[in-house]
Design a binder for this molecule. Structure first.
Ligand SMILES: [Zn+2]
Length: 256
């Protein structure tokens, strides 16, 4: 299936130029001089993306389906040791079960995105059920970390263009797919996963992985070090797209 894409606007790319100049490999907030005054304005122009701007060696590593009670902490240790920011597309019911892991993600500079409440095929749902999947998840995230996610990753990458437009209009969320897929869920072995990630990476890449699979965690030290050796910097998805942070706190429907 296809999802509509939007070309990045020059303002977002300009922020990325600045962000890419930070010290390797992490991007600390203080290293992003061209701060946006309104992150909503940056992300608000994007309905659906598969990658970021390609003019600088910055990419995002994303982890779906967690948090997982043992794999996710191990992954967070690996990321922290390298000062690398990642993005976690959490399943709402897992987020509700492990709120401490969400708090650790935020404390350590990562972004949390919405991956639905129970991981259904969203293309099969009507509008109210679809919004319920999203809202229950956003509410669980908000309850844990007092931040509202601004990007959505549909399970299996399945979302109709009309649904993506509706979610953008009703919840101001960017549908975020990927353009590097190591197929780690097929469990080809950590070495294969790491090689696929490092060899397929490119400027602006959004890399898909899953922190519920132990071999994926074991692949990460080699994969992340390989990406750094190729000269890539790491940003969360929202930062890759030009925002300074993923935080958004002003949705009226959040009551937590
Ligand atoms: Zn998933």
């Amino acid at each position: 299936m296809t999802i509509e894409r939007r070309v990045f606007l020059s303002r977002a790319a300009g922020c990325l130029v600045a962000a890419g100049l930070g010290a390797r490999p992490a991007l600390a907030d203080s290293e992003i001089p061209d701060r946006q005054s309104d992150d909503d304005a940056v992300l608000g122009r994007l309905v659906s993306v598969t990658g970021g701007p390609r003019n600088r060696p910055v990419l995002s590593v994303t982890f779906d389906d967690g948090p997982h009670p043992t794999n996710t902490p191990a992954l967070l240790d690996i990321l922290r040791a390298r000062r690398i920011r990642a993005t976690f597309y959490v399943v709402g019911r897992n987020a509700a079960a492990w709120p401490d892991l969400l708090r650790r993600m935020v404390d350590e500079g990562h972004e949390i995105g919405n991956h639905s409440w129970s991981h259904p095929r969203l293309t099969l749902l009507g509008e109210s059920d679809l919004l319920r999947q999203i809202d229950r998840t956003s509410e669980a995230i908000y309850k844990a970390v007092k931040k509202v996610p601004v990007t959505l990753r549909p399970p299996y990458g399945l979302l109709r263009p009309s649904q993506a437009r509706m979610i953008h209009a009703r919840r101001a969320m960017v549908t975020t797919l990927w353009d590097v897929d190591p197929r780690d869920w097929q469990r080809p072995g950590p070495g294969v996963v790491a090689r696929r990630i490092v060899s397929a990476a490119h400027n602006g890449a959004i890399i898909l992985a899953h922190d519920i699979h132990r071999p994926t965690i074991r692949a990460m030290p080699t994969a992340l070090d390989g990406l750094s050796e190729r000269g890539f910097h790491f940003a969360t998805v929202s930062m890759l797209l030009g925002a300074r942070d993923w935080s958004r706190k002003r949705f009226g429907w959040v009551t937590g």
